[in-house]
Design a binder for this molecule. Structure first.
Ligand code: FES
Length: 358
């Protein structure tokens, strides 16, 4: 049997071992004095947890760490089990991954809090700070210097000078208000309308040519369209650019306004209703229009309804038909504002109010 070097009377394997983080061993307590199990131990301003509380804290923290471990394993399992591939599957996978990760992080954080509050010693720490004010002598000197300068300037004595100085300074305060005029006129209802109007031809972006309905005849086709006469007008194009899609008649769903289509050709605003990126990625088999900025997805066969992402409303549909020569034309402007939902809301309300008063 090996003898303990600190206590030759005890065999090595029977010596109690010190566990890191516990108060130092003594005669039944951290301080060398026996204590009741429920009493906190206070020594030189440091309060050690009583052993019973520390044991409870250890069990609670260990339980929480176990929960965190299981949730972490659950995260990996959810990643393997819930495969993506459709909107519904992505939603299920996200829910499982997010839920398990949240539980793991919360349990880990809660375990650490329990550990700190129930098992670690408590004591007050005071950080010494020095006054930031200048010494009284310096402050007095600065005050005296200021008063001396004021007296020497004659600001009180010369009334005319004082009044004209105040007069000169007054307009300077108003200058920022005058400069507000340079922000330009208020937009009024201009954001609500585009340049599209009855009879205006649809021009293919890039070629600059109008397009006949008969020439746009392969279902699944998509074109980027600009309004005739505004091909280079960037201000107009910022709101009026379209995407033109050709469908098979049986693919069109009820959300699409049929009397605004021609021969299963549908025109939608290309300006995403989230924050205005061009939404022009088109998946032919699902009829999904995807905005590359934040992944808003619109169902082109169903009135460009939002089926995924942050956009709040469908891409507006432009009413189209053909002229006497078979070229695609607009029936009118859009019936609703195009572009981000936030910029026209107040404008539309103002217009509605104006209509109500008329
Ligand atoms: S701008 Fe299209 S999703 Fe944000």
């Amino acid at each position: 049997m090996t003898e303990n070097p600190n206590d030759p009377g005890l065999p090595e394997e029977r010596v109690p071992r010190r566990v890191l983080g516990t108060p130092p061993p003594g005669n039944g307590s951290a301080l060398g004095a026996p204590v009741a199990d429920a009493e906190p131990i206070v020594h030189e301003g440091v309060q050690f947890p009583d052993p019973a509380t520390a044991r409870k804290g250890e069990r609670a923290a260990a339980l929480l760490f176990l929960v965190a471990f299981l949730a972490g394993v659950g995260f990996v399992a959810a990643y393997v089990i819930f495969q993506v591939g459709s909107i519904d599957k992505v939603a299920t996978s996200n829910m499982a991954l997010g839920g398990t990760l949240a539980v793991a992080l919360l349990a880990l954080a809660a375990g650490i809090v329990v550990w700190v509050r129930m098992m670690m010693p408590k004591y007050s720490l005071v950080q010494e700070r020095h006054t930031m004010a200048s010494p009284p002598a310096v402050r007095e000197e600065i005050g005296a210097t200021f008063l001396q300068g004021a007296n020497e300037s004659g600001f009180v004595k010369y009334k005319l000078l004082r009044r004209t100085l105040l007069l000169a300074a007054a307009p300077l305060g108003l200058l920022p208000l005058v400069l507000l005029k340079d922000l330009g006129p208020l937009p009024g209802t201009t954001l609500r309308h585009t340049v599209w109007k009855k009879g205006m031809r649809l021009i293919v972006e890039g070629t600059g040519e109008p397009i006949r309905a008969a020439d746009f005849n392969s279902p699944g086709g998509i074109l980027s369209i600009v309004p005739e006469g505004h091909e280079d007008d960037l201000n107009a194009l910022a709101k009026a650019t379209l995407i033109l899609i050709k469908f098979r008649p049986e693919d069109i769903k009820p959300g699409t306004k049929l009397n605004w289509t021609h021969d299963s050709i549908v025109a939608y605003s290309k300006i995403c209703t989230h924050v205005g990126c061009p939404a022009a990625l088109y998946e032919q088999t699902t009829h999904h229009i995807l905005c590359p900025c934040h992944q808003s997805t619109f169902d082109a066969a169903d009135g460009a309804k939002v089926i995924f992402g942050p956009a709040a409303r469908p891409l507006p549909q432009l009413p189209i038909s053909v002229d006497s020569q078979g070229y695609l034309i607009a029936q009118s402007d859009f019936a609703v504002p195009v572009g981000p939902s936030f910029w026209e809301r107040g404008d539309a309300e103002a217009e509605a109010r104006a209509r109500g008063q008329a």
